[in-house]
Write a protein that binds this ligand. Structure first.
Ligand SMILES: [Zn+2]
Length: 464
């Protein structure tokens, strides 16, 4: 405990401190956690946290914000609308994507994207670099220089026209990442399998949205995850498999980890809480995402993989497109499944959905919830001051009311997407107050911060 005056104290709550859960006062000075203890001396500002849980603010390490997709479509969310939604869902850090399109230089892509973040972001943030062109000095100069400056995450697509990388290019990037100290994240689905199935379905007149699931067969994920794990093993690079959705995908990662491959994995709420039959509902375009939702058996396998440490991270994969010509239906209102934009909003619902399942319903518990939604992603991506309530860390803290219930409605989120894919789902346990670097940015579920206050975070060595 310190004798110097604290700026703020969060008093009397049940705090998650690493793996420990205990009553503790949290003292903040200069935006950082400066004291953790019982009966801390009075500070200028006090927050009464009795009856509340005191958790690290969420770290969402996979979200698409103000980004142009591989198909050339702009997200519905700006940094302002996305991070507003994130904050109201208890998240204090985002890692979104500086997306390179072929012919562009990575240095300019990252520079332009950083400008958007500086203007709009309410909360702190880092970027992944989506690499779609390694030529023109990108591989030799821009990317290694950017890694050295703290952009230590590369995202590669194994599918999607224009952005996908072939095996040779992937190996080149893994080699560079190994040398330069970066993490390589994969959207891992076999491109040929998807194109083969899509062509067959369309030829048979099977164009309705729910055929999307068949067009991304589980074998596509299985093959690509295995190949990426083999490449990581071969190069010695550290990798992250994004949005694992299948039993077999989790098994392959578990086996690779057992061989000593440096592979981490994430999954998302829409794989844990939705199954393929959701595409039979009205307006199924709302739920289209890749990989698609799978089966109840896959959900069980994902939970088992979370419990045994194979999957350590839960992200939203927030991919915001409105249900109109600006988004989902940019190619027309009545088009085949493969011409509807993929993705759904999730920045605001990720934590309440996971809290409800992990804490309220008792699946894995409070410490595991905080670990998988904040600590593990911060560590994996080398965000040294984030993801934990600990001395010296940024005071990014969420106060949760474990009894507060909300029934998700048609359009009750604060992003710019216009629908909630979890409409009809009830959650118990919600973040009520949120601090970012010691500043209260949400109080009693009301936003009280403006755009542009968020800071870019350089990544240190990845913790995978
Ligand atoms: Zn994504």
């Amino acid at each position: 405990m310190t004798k110097t005056t604290l700026d703020l104290i969060i008093r009397g709550g049940i705090a998650v401190l690493g793996h420990r859960v205990q009553q503790a006062d949290i003292g903040v000075r200069g935006g950082r956690v400066a004291a953790i203890g019982d009966g801390l001396p009075k500070a200028a500002e006090e927050i009464d946290a009795r009856g509340l849980l005191v958790l690290p603010g969420g770290v969402d390490s996979h979200c698409h914000i103000e980004q142009i997709s591989g198909a050339g479509l702009m997200n519905a969310d700006t940094f302002e609308s996305a991070t507003r939604s994130a904050a109201l869902g208890g998240t204090t850090t985002t890692i979104s994507f500086a997306a390179q399109h072929p012919g562009h230089m990575m240095r300019k892509v990252v520079g332009d994207y950083a400008k958007l973040a500086r203007k709009g972001a309410l909360i702190d943030h880092a970027f992944h670099m989506i690499v779609s062109d390694t030529g023109n000095g990108n591989l030799a100069d821009d990317i290694p220089a950017l890694i050295a400056e703290g952009h230590r995450s590369i995202k590669i697509f194994t599918t999607y026209d224009k952005v996908r990388q072939d095996d040779k290019s992937i190996l080149d990037l893994l080699d560079l990442a190994k040398r330069a100290g970066a993490l390589v994240c994969f959207h891992a689905e076999n491109d040929g399998l998807i194109r083969h199935m899509t062509e067959k379905l369309l030829a048979a007149g099977k164009t309705a949205p729910h055929y999307h699931a068949q067009s991304h067969p589980r074998a596509a994920e299985v093959e690509a995850i295995d190949r990426m794990c083999r490449f990581a093993e071969f190069t010695g690079a550290r990798i992250m498999i994004f949005h694992v959705s299948t039993v077999e995908g989790a098994q392959i990662i578990r086996a690779a980890q057992a061989r000593g491959v440096a592979v981490a994995a994430e999954t998302c709420p829409h794989y844990l809480f939705m199954t393929e039959d959701i595409l039979q509902r009205e307006n199924p375009a709302r739920f289209l995402c890749s990989p698609p939702q799978r089966s109840a058996a896959d959900q069980d396998a994902l939970w088992a993989a979370m419990a045994d440490g194979t999957i350590t991270i839960i992200t939203s994969d927030h991919a915001p497109y409105r249900m109109d010509a600006s988004g989902k239906f940019a190619n027309g209102a009545d088009v085949a499944f493969n011409r509807i934009a993929n993705g759904m909003p999730g920045l605001e619902t990720r934590l309440p959905l996971m809290f409800n399942a992990m804490v309220t319903e008792g699946r894995m518990g409070l410490a595991a919830f905080a670990h998988m939604t904040a600590t593990a992603p911060a560590r994996a991506f080398g965000l040294a001051t984030k993801g934990e309530i600990a001395l010296g860390f940024d005071a990014d803290i969420a106060l949760w009311d474990p009894k507060l219930r909300h029934d998700y409605g048609v359009n009750d989120l604060h992003d710019n997407v216009g629908y909630n894919p979890f409409e009809g789902t009830a959650v118990t346990g919600l973040p009520v107050t949120l601090l970012s670097r010691g500043e209260v940015i949400v109080r009693d579920r009301q936003l009280c911060a403006g755009p542009g206050r968020g800071k870019w975070l350089p990544m240190t060595e990845p913790g995978v």
